[in-house]
Design a protein around this ligand. Structure first.
Ligand SMILES: [Zn+2]
Length: 281
């Protein structure tokens, strides 16, 4: 188990832990960004490729009432413009789910923080040449504002990983503020995508926030104004990031950084006008 928040167990469902694109391509307007990231998070830059280490993971929330998967990673057999994510055939995601004591049929909800390719992949699997829901008993919760935009673009990712769960009648479009049972609330963090949500877990006095892609590296706690190249509205993303960090520090929430280097869990502390990241030991 990654951590316990009151009555809720949170398990890491890790699919990939590898270097992604170079930091200078991900934050193109930030001079010496790789050095700045490395100063805060020494293991974050791959010494051979210069790529930012970007874990691809979901989180499984085992609440007293529901089993909820937050984010569905890249998936197998998918079409993807980024070669390492294309046509994968890998067992790590499913092994991780099994290690958490769950099978795909146990999952009650799959919640996508947004509809990018590395958050929707395992929504579906290829069966006899057709994309079918991987989690046969789950409702799939998809941000409404993302679906409005992504359905018009009809990308491979949408066609392979989102449309089939809608066609199967298993989806529900959700908006920020949506509550899922007694423990989980969707927090409005637009900017990376129009409908992006982060996920607040609350049980008694204990609270945790799953960032999704409101941040991509813990270095953004010190530098919340950095523009990430795939943020669709970078200024809106900065405002969302600041609000998330402020609330997390005020309420002393555990923070689970979806793409932060492992262990991807810690706390955010106010640090002058910005914040600092304190990783759990
Ligand atoms: Zn992502």
């Amino acid at each position: 188990m990654l951590c316990r928040i009151g009555d809720v167990e949170i398990w890491r469902i890790l699919e990939i832990n590898a270097p992604y694109l170079p930091a200078k391509d991900l934050f193109p307007y930030v001079p010496n960004v790789a050095e700045l990231i490395a100063a805060h998070d020494p293991g974050a830059i791959c010494p051979t490729s210069g790529g930012l280490i970007l874990p691809i993971q979901g989180f499984l929330l085992n609440t007293p009432s529901h089993l909820i998967l937050v984010d569905a990673c890249v998936g197998n057999h998918k079409t993807n413009r980024y070669p390492p994510w294309s046509g994968r055939n890998d067992s790590r995601f499913m092994a991780s789910l099994a290690a958490a004591g769950a099978t795909p049929s146990d999952v009650d909800y799959v919640l996508c923080t947004h509809l990018h390719t590395d958050h929707v992949g395992w929504n579906t699997k290829l069966e006899d040449g057709r994309w079918v829901p991987t989690f046969p008993n789950a409702r799939y919760l998809l941000p409404d504002a993302d679906n409005s935009v992504f359905s018009k673009m009809a990308s491979d990712s949408y066609t392979e990983s989102v449309l089939p769960v809608i066609a199967a009648g298993k989806s529900e479009m959700v908006t920020p503020g949506h509550q899922l049972g007694d423990y989980v609330t969707l927090i409005d963090t637009p900017g990376h995508t129009p409908g992006h949500v982060s996920v607040l877990v609350k049980s008694g006095a204990a609270e945790a926030i799953i960032t999704g892609d409101a941040l991509h590296t813990s270095a953004q706690c010190w530098h919340p104004d950095w523009h990430f190249t795939y943020d669709t509205d970078p200024e809106q993303a900065v405002n969302s990031r600041l609000a998330l960090l402020e609330a997390a520090s005020e309420a002393d929430r555990r923070v689970l950084g979806t793409h932060f280097t492992l262990p991807s869990i810690g706390r955010v502390k106010a640090n002058g006008d910005v914040f600092r990241w304190e990783e759990d030991n």
